[in-house]
Design a protein around this ligand. Structure first.
Ligand SMILES: Nc1ncnc2c1ncn2[C@@H]1O[C@H](COP(=O)(O)OP(=O)(O)OP(=O)(O)O)[C@@H](O)[C@H]1O
Length: 251
């Protein structure tokens, strides 16, 4: 079901531009997770950890995932939810991952109508209430039933969460699941509740600290007269690390 491509992304935590304290915290968290087999066994929980990476495009969410994989030497599985037929298929796909893996679901806000599904259900209940006393057309009822069955055959938020919550306990191995989004505010709060996403990481516009990492990577410069001015401008502007990096590339 998965097609295999050798993972050879060069990004590491050394080349990742972000606040050094925040970066160190994430590295510590990952190492702590990967060396905690006994702890998870002791508390009787699946050895898994969920990360939510959020922030504007070009702030390094994909780069961060590559750095995670390179640090832990895990396989990366890119899961395109919109192409998964139903919860059964989702289950099969996830069981089929290797025992040291990072499962990535990018742009979660676009993959599933996470907020919509709940709203639709509520709207439907209201509609049904209104109709309670009205005569019900059997043909219409049948159509509704079919529509509902069709809906049930798709990947749902609850299918996804159930999987994250439970199934891995049966599989063994260490699994990291990473969700990314450019619009954290659009997500269903149930998805980002603690316990489901263990760590939420905001990827933000390029700070001066992040700029220094990029200057070192791209130009081999640690310090320069213009740095003070760049630092001031970085505070004033909202530039993504991707934009900064592009400007540091030879033209
Ligand atoms: N924090 C960063 N550190 C180092 N390089 C970065 C960083 N952010 C972006 N880049 C550079 O910009 C390119 C695009 O960034 P990336 O794809 O990681 O961003 P993204 O947040 O995943 O964007 P999108 O939301 O569009 O997927 C990367 O290949 C990398 O070269």
């Amino acid at each position: 079901m998965w097609s295999h491509v050798a993972f050879e992304h060069p990004a590491t935590f050394d080349t990742l531009a972000m606040d050094p304290d925040k970066k160190q915290e994430i590295v510590n968290d990952l190492i702590n997770f990967s060396t905690s087999k006994d702890y998870y066994a002791k508390i009787g929980k699946a050895w898994k950890r969920g990360y939510l990476l959020f922030g504007p495009a070009g702030t390094g969410k994909s780069t961060m995932i590559a750095a995670m994989a390179n640090l832990l030497k895990y396989d990366v599985y890119d899961l395109e939810l919109t192409t998964v037929k139903d919860n059964t298929e989702l289950r099969k796909l996830l069981i089929d991952t290797s025992s040291k893996s990072i499962i990535v679901i990018e742009d979660i806000d676009c993959s599933l109508d996470l907020t919509g599904q709940r709203k639709k259900k509520k709207d439907k209940e209201e509609d049904d209430d209104k109709k309670k006393d009205e005569e019900k057309d059997p043909a219409e009822e049948q159509m509704k039933k079919m529509e509902q069955e069709n809906k049930n055959s798709q990947v749902t938020l609850s299918g996804l969460l159930n999987f994250i919550d439970g199934l891995w306990s049966a599989c063994g191995g260490e699994r990291i699941i990473v969700f990314t989004t450019n619009y954290v505010e659009k997500l269903d709060p149930a998805l980002i509740r603690r316990g489901r996403m263990d760590k939420q990481i905001e990827m933000s516009y390029c700070s001066f600290e992040a700029f220094k990492v990029l200057a070192k990577n791209y130009l081999d410069i640690n310090s320069q007269d213009l740095f003070a001015e760049v630092g001031r401008l970085m505070e004033e502007t909202k530039m993504t690390p991707a934009d900064v990096a592009e400007n540091l590339m030879p033209k």
